[in-house]
Design a protein. Structure first.
Lengths: 411, 412
């Protein structure tokens, strides 16, 4: 069993509604749509030649965004914005990041900060405001937001002029189309780029650009941001420890970091299983996408149930976002007891999730190998600190007693 | 099983009435083959071919060929079978210069198969046409009338047109009944790998099919590196009904262009095909394209049948259909990872689409899993809804493993 699935030829991927997309710069020169067994479901020809490998692919709800090397690899980059229109994937804009005496650009990971909300009321054509379900107190004056698609698959870009109170934002011009409750509104303010240079020095930096015109806004220097190969941006809602947040996610070694885009603080860190069975070789993740609270990691190899599998193509391996049992450790106090059938030892199991946080209210079942001694309480549910406590009562034979704890989760 | 059929030596073909035609420049013949590769007939050419024919088209009366000329130039020829000989009618040399270079492997001829309205008696110059096709005609073009019930047909030049009719330069020799055929061609469409002299993008060129003169071009990367195209009447898009459309293959999709556009061209639709090798990423070249009834014939040197790729030393066709057909099933699980405790469950959604990327509704989807202890508990089979989706539930087993859930849908 080789566990291959989408069989992508190139190391870029995004996921939309269960379909996997990849830019193919070779003979296809197309945006390829696949289902998860690798079957090509559809392809969208590009209206311009890509010419070189796409290193990362993102989707903001309306536009596809691609990252490629610019004219001089390792010095220049090209970020392109695309949209599927009338069965063709059409270029909308290109932002060229050209190296100069102040900046060099070498990157394999970027994403677009984007927010998706919807109309809270039906809004007819020629409206001078839009009512939003979320983010009405977040979108700054002068921002451009994309309305649609509506039921006729129509879109339009509008500029926000200010708040009209409540959930309504004013517009600079009348809307062109009708919208119904639930139709999508997308706000895409920034591009984030993990650059292997901070300026021209080889310390890494996280660059921020205006997504509407590609202009440079600022950068944060830190080697933490160097040699990043996979990142994305998404609304995270199923991690109980952080609630619902909009986060910039990037892979560093075997960790997936969830960053607050406003101050670059870390919401949380997820441990992933992108390790070979030798437990030391990190498996490279080439691109990252999220769909249905599942993280799809694009890899050239994957370790499943203790066996390494390498592929000739790129395939995904998944990680859950929702808190999921990741580890259990067990302790006994005291660890040595007389075999008198009277003494007891407190047995503590600590259960943690992939964020190394305690995981609450999960049943832990304890077993022992002593034919006479026994566990007194079984099963035990974990408390808010992830701890489940029981007791072992000694037997009558001198022996090493193995106590095993098994935890599961039903959600 | 080799799946061979036509066994053509040359990379050009067209189809008419169940017969396949290919120009062979080695023998200077137009070969007519049946679909098992048997040569049914051959028509000697009255002109020696010195170039490889890269594409052949048929407009219902004339055969058209595309060949390379000298550097950055092309040759388009019109041929007609006349008294058992395939005779050259016209040659258009598309020569480099005047701001254009030409490099192409795909072209087609815009042509129409219309019907006569009412009876056109012998000697008339006014022919009434159904469905507004007179708007496609202009003075100097030729229309082919018939065959009538006696098998006669004739070609006469157009003098002018009015609403619902065409006036001919000469009176008809025969009488035609209501619904008898009237056929004509008007433009040549060429997928050029140059936009003018710029090879960084492609362009779709439009020429007058009577004079060969350049009319206009439409620029776009989607028109570059095209190897197969044709022009055909299609009814696969419910929003449009019957449409006359320029079809071409780009990557794994066939696109249907609305050639009536002005400054820009739009698409009626796009159709996914299976010209992919069994490694799921290597594209299989389609060298020429022809259509008959609802069948699409793709001329190839390889084909993937039932998950295995076959290579041929000669060119054969592989079929696609213009009828809506189940083409892909996307299967998603929420959550994608669950505990192996025989309690946890995952919502399974299958999305069924046809080759036009449209949802396939009201089809039964059968779900199976390969887990001895886990099971599908949400029901199977499930009908697809208006979005082409069918949903069920998988309940986990008790072993930590990758569970493969398979959704199968039958084409009705």
């Amino acid at each position: 069993m080789s566990y291959d699935n989408i069989n992508f030829k190139h190391p870029n991927m995004t996921v939309i509604d269960g379909y996997f997309y990849m830019f193919d710069y070779t003979s296809f020169n197309a945006l390829i749509q696949k289902v998860d067994d690798g079957t090509v479901a559809f392809s969208y020809p590009l209206d311009m030649n890509l010419g070189s490998q796409v290193k990362s692919l993102e989707f903001d709800g309306v536009y596809f965004w691609s990252l490629q090397n610019g004219p001089q690899a390792g010095y220049d980059l090209s970020i392109k914005k695309w949209k599927i229109e009338n069965y063709i994937c059409k270029i909308q804009e290109e932002f060229e990041l050209i190296g100069d005496i102040s900046n060099k650009y070498d990157s394999e990971a970027f994403t677009v900060e984007h927010y998706s909300t919807s109309f809270s009321e039906d809004t007819p054509t020629n409206s001078l405001y839009i009512p939003l379900v979320d983010y009405y107190d977040f979108i700054p004056i002068g921002s451009k937001v994309m309305l649609g698609p509506n039921s006729n698959d129509e879109y339009e870009e509008v500029t926000i002029t200010g708040s009209l109170g409540g959930d309504k934002l004013g517009l600079n011009f009348f809307t062109s189309y009708d919208y119904e409750v639930g139709d999508t509104i997308t706000y895409t303010p920034y591009i984030w780029l993990f650059n292997n240079y901070n300026g021209v020095n080889t310390v890494g930096a996280l660059y921020k650009f205006d997504a509407s015109d590609g202009s440079f806004i600022g950068m944060t220097t830190d080697n933490e941001y160097k040699n990043i190969k996979a990142c994305t941006f998404n609304t995270i809602s199923s991690n109980v420890n952080i609630g619902t947040v909009d986060a910039l996610l990037y892979v560093k070694s075997t960790n997936l970091k969830f960053i607050n885009p406003n101050d670059l603080s870390v919401y949380c860190v997820m441990t992933m299983d992108n390790l070979r069975k030798n437990s030391s070789t990190v498996i490279t993740i080439y691109d990252l996408a999220i769909f249905g609270n599942t993280i799809y990691r694009l890899q050239h190899e994957g370790t499943y149930y203790g066996t390494d599998n390498s592929w000739s193509t790129y395939n995904y391996q998944i990680s859950p976002i929702r808190n999921f049992i990741d580890s259990i450790t067990i302790d006994a106090y005291p660890a040595i007891l007389p075999n008198n059938a009277v003494n007891v030892s407190e047995i503590t199991a600590i259960v943690k999730d992939q964020y190394t946080g305690p995981i609450y209210y999960k049943p832990v079942s304890f077993t022992d190998t002593d034919p006479v001694g026994f566990i007194t309480i079984n099963p035990v549910y974990t408390w808010i600190d992830g701890v489940a406590t029981t007791y072992y009562k000694a037997g009558v034979i001198v022996l090493t007693v193995n106590i095993e704890a098994i935890v599961t989760q039903y959600d | 099983m080799g799946y061979e059929n036509l066994k053509l030596r040359k990379r050009n073909f067209t189809v008419d009435g169940g017969y396949f035609y290919s120009f062979d420049e080695d023998s200077d013949m137009l070969l007519q083959k049946t679909d098992d590769g048997t040569t049914a007939f051959s028509y000697p050419l009255d002109t020696v071919l010195n170039e490889t024919i890269t594409s052949t088209e048929y407009d219902g009366v004339n055969f058209w060929t595309l060949a390379d000329g000298v550097t950055d130039s092309l040759i388009i020829r019109r041929w007609k079978i006349d008294n058992y000989i395939c005779k050259l009618q016209t040659t258009f040399n598309l020569n480099a210069g005047s701001g254009h270079k030409y490099d192409s492997e795909a072209f087609s001829v815009e042509h129409y198969h219309a019907s006569i309205s009412g009876t056109a008696v012998s000697g008339t110059t006014n022919i009434y046409i159904k469905d507004g096709y007179e708007s496609k005609l202009f003075s100097g073009m030729a229309v082919t009338l018939g065959p009538n019930s006696f098998g006669y047909s004739e070609t006469i030049n157009v003098f002018n047109t009015g609403i619902g009719y065409v006036t001919l330069e000469d009176p008809t020799e025969y009488t035609y009944a209501d619904d008898d055929s009237i056929q004509f061609y008007n433009y040549i469409w060429l997928f050029n790998n140059y936009n003018g002299e710029d090879s960084s993008t492609g362009a779709l060129y439009k020429f007058n099919a009577y004079t060969g003169s350049y009319i206009t071009k439409y620029i776009g990367g989607a028109y570059k590196d095209i190897k197969a195209a044709t022009f055909y009447k299609v009814d696969s898009f419910t929003a449009y009904g019957y449409i006359d459309t320029l079809c071409y293959i780009k990557a794994t999709n066939m696109l249907f262009i609305d050639v009536t556009g002005g400054a820009t061209l739009s698409y009626y639709g796009s159709m996914a095909m299976d010209n992919i090798e069994d490694n799921e990423f290597t594209i299989i070249e389609v060298y020429d394209l022809a259509m008959c009834d609802q069948n699409v014939y793709r001329l190839q040197l390889k084909a993937t049948y039932y998950g295995s790729t076959t290579s041929w030393s000669v060119y054969n066709y592989q079929l696609a259909s213009l009828n809506s057909f189940v083409t892909s099933i996307s299967l998603s699980a929420y959550p994608g990872i669950i505990a192996a405790n025989q309690v946890s469950s995952s919502d399974i959604v299958a999305t069924v689409k046809d080759q036009f990327n449209q949802p396939v509704v009201a089809r039964l989807v059968y779900f199976t899993d390969d887990d001895n202890y886990g099971s599908i508990t949400g029901g199977t089979p499930i009908n697809t809804n208006s979005e082409g989706e069918a949903a069920t539930i998988y309940k986990s087993g008790n072993q930590a493993r990758e569970v493969k859930i398979t959704a199968t849908v039958e084409q009705v």
